[in-house]
Structure formats: C-alpha cells, structure tokens
Design a protein around this ligand. Structure first.
Ligand code: AQP
Length: 333
C-alpha cells in the first residue's frame, strides 16, 4: 500500500510570527511521526508576489530553513526544500492556469487584502498565487495539507482544480484534505484582534516575531489590545483580544481554554498578560538558540536544501510526466 503524503509550505516573506508557528509549524511537528510521509517547502516563488529586497530575501530563506531545523523538522524524517529549485512547480502552474477562471482568483480574500495593502504593485503573480499553491500540493500526490484557517479558501481551489482536471481528462490528481487544528487556526493581531497576525504587518507591536527576545515579548503582550472588563473569559465575538490571548496561552502550555480561564479567574489582565508572555518566551527562547546554531553553518543549510530538492525533483518529475502524457504533450526528457 502506498504511504500517505503530507505537504505544507511557508513563504520566506519575513521572520515568522507566533501565528505561523501555532497555525502551521506546531501541527507539522505533531504530524511528523505519524503514518504520513512529510514534505515541507520554503515557498520562495510565492514571496515574489510582493516586492522584495534581494539581499533581505536571501537572508529570509536561510532564516526560514534554520527555523524548520530548530523546530526539529529533521531532514532524515521529512523532505524539505526550496520551491524554486523544483521547476515542475511552475510548469504545473501553467497547466492548471489553463483550467482556472479569472473570477475564481479575483474573489480570493488574500488577493483582495493584498491588493489593498500593496496597491502600488497588484501584479499577475499576486492573483495567480493560489494556482501556484495548488501546483505545490498536487505535484506530490498530497493527501493532507496542514494550514492555518486563512489558507482554507486556497486549499478549496486546489481541490476544485484537481477535480476539474480529473473530470476533463482522467483521474490524475489526489483530492487533498485540509488539516486545520481547532485551537489556534487563526491567531489574531495583538493590536487589532479582528485582523490576523501577519509577519508583513507594518505595526511591529501587532505580532510576536519568532526572533523577539523575552523583554520584547513581555512588552508586546502588555500593549496587547483587550477590553474594558477585567474578566479572563473566552468570547471570540465580544472579547476578541482576551480570547486571542487565551488561545495563545492554551496552545503554548497544552492546557485547555477552560483550564486556562479557571487559572486566571479573579486575576486582572496584567497578571494574565505576563503569564501569556512567559509561556510564549519559554518556547521561543530555546528555539532561537537552536536557530542561531544552525544559522552559523550556512553550508549545512544549503546541503540540506540541496538534498531535499533532489528528492522532491524525483517525485515532481514523475508527476509532471504523468500530467503531460495525460493531456497529450509529447514528453521528451
Ligand atoms: N495568524 C495566523 N494564525 C494561524 N496560522 C497562520 N498562518 C499565517 N498566519 C497565521 C499560517 O502559516 C502558514 C504559512 O503562511 P505563509 O507565510 O505562507 O503565508 P501567510 O498566510 O500569508 O502568512 P503571513 O504571516 O500573513 O505572511 P505575509 O504577511 O507575508 O502574508 C500557513 O499555513 C498559514 O495559514
């Protein structure tokens, strides 16, 4: 029986936030030692949909690779690689573009949001981002895709494109299932709890960077927007700020929301915010130390990425060959 495939990716668009860690990486770690063969990519081609400084961009790639390693995504247990090193991702994107309608892409929430926040650079890549993401996933016969809630709409498109292709030609793509954990699927901005926490947010107090030191983490949580009550209670609609902090505390400590509420019953927001900050620092500070060690050996990181790309290329080539044969392209490699 063929083993099941898990695929996910993060774009090197900056230093990761606590949102990326909770919504994506913490689930990857949980799923690493299961029945799935895991493939994790650094989605650098996706990053180009927003203007990048070339020097910073390269550094962000090393930083993300070191983060994967520091999070124990051991290259002996999974494949991790740079998206741009496996050319079949863009080849499959072209094929899938020919069965995608502009209206499907124009109505994507992320496209609309980013068109507003980057109104000086609304490019074709920004609109086509979900098709490239569909290619990332479908290229590896992926069964499961662990992502945060913000990526659900894109995953739905990947499923639709796979079905559309299969119906038009013959069964070629597996229909991937999303894996979105119940707790922490959408960590919100600390400054505006109606908006998701994002690494490219201009307001540095709105997110916890995985590189923030303990003092900065404490300061940012102290400044987090809450409400005028003084009761630590989960109510995502009326108490979005406190509910977000409860979610963060619960994920970082492994306690349930109820246990966390009980623990802070009768305490003020000040005590609660400090405890959330300490729980976050307890996870992030050791992770930063491991990351610094990996970053001191860029040769090792390049080697890991090169080996990962070789394994990914092998799988991707088989799939693109199958796709080309299916649609009648004369495959001559
Ligand atoms: N706030 C969040 N809460 C939970 N999960 C999140 N993810 C992102 N933000 C949150 C999940 O992290 C994974 C990687 O995301 P990405 O970097 O590929 O793209 P993104 O969703 O656009 O992340 P950012 O941080 O918001 O990046 P920028 O600011 O560059 O756009 C995905 O699984 C995502 O769901």
């Amino acid at each position: 029986m063929e083993s099941k495939i898990l695929f996910s990716a993060i774009q090197p668009s900056g230093i990761l936030t606590l949102g990326n860690y909770i919504g994506a990486i913490s689930n990857w770690i949980k799923l690493l030692d299961t029945e799935y063969n895991c493939i994790f990519s650094i989605a650098d081609l996706h990053t180009l949909t927003v203007k990048q400084d070339p020097v910073q961009f390269k550094q962000n790639v090393f930083d993300l690779a070191a983060t994967y390693l520091a999070c124990d995504l051991n290259p002996d247990k999974c494949i991790f690689f740079l998206q741009s090193s496996v050319h079949q991702h863009t080849e499959l994107t072209w094929i899938l573009n020919t069965i995608t309608y502009p209206g499907e892409l124009q109505r994507m929430t992320q496209f609309k949001d980013k068109s507003k926040s980057h109104s000086d650079n609304i490019n074709m890549g920004l609109m086509d981002y979900p098709v490239l993401m569909a290619s990332d996933i479908l290229l590896y016969n992926t069964n499961l895709v662990p992502v945060g809630a913000d990526q659900k709409q894109h995953l739905e498109l990947a499923r639709n494109l796979a079905e559309r292709f299969n119906n038009r030609y013959t069964d070629t793509f597996i229909i991937p299932e999303p894996y979105i954990s119940e707790n922490g699927a959408k960590i919100m901005s600390l400054q505006n709890p109606d908006k998701k926490m994002s690494k490219s947010d201009a307001n540095l107090n709105s997110f916890i960077s995985l590189n923030d030191d303990e003092n900065t983490i404490i300061k940012k949580f102290k400044k987090a927007v809450t409400d005028s009550e003084n009761e630590v209670r989960y109510d995502a609609i009326n108490k979005a700020g406190i509910s977000n902090l409860l979610t963060i505390y619960s994920v970082m400590t492994g306690k349930t929301i109820k246990e966390s509420e009980n623990e802070f019953s009768g305490h003020g927001y000040g005590v609660f915010k400090t405890s959330v900050a300490e729980a976050v620092a307890e996870v992030l500070i050791p992770l930063q130390k491991r990351k610094t060690q990996f970053l001191s050996d860029k040769g090792y990181i390049e080697n890991v990425l090169k080996n990962g790309a070789e394994k990914a290329l092998d799988k991707a080539e088989k799939k693109i060959k199958q796709v080309y044969n299916t649609i009648g392209i004369l495959y001559q490699k």
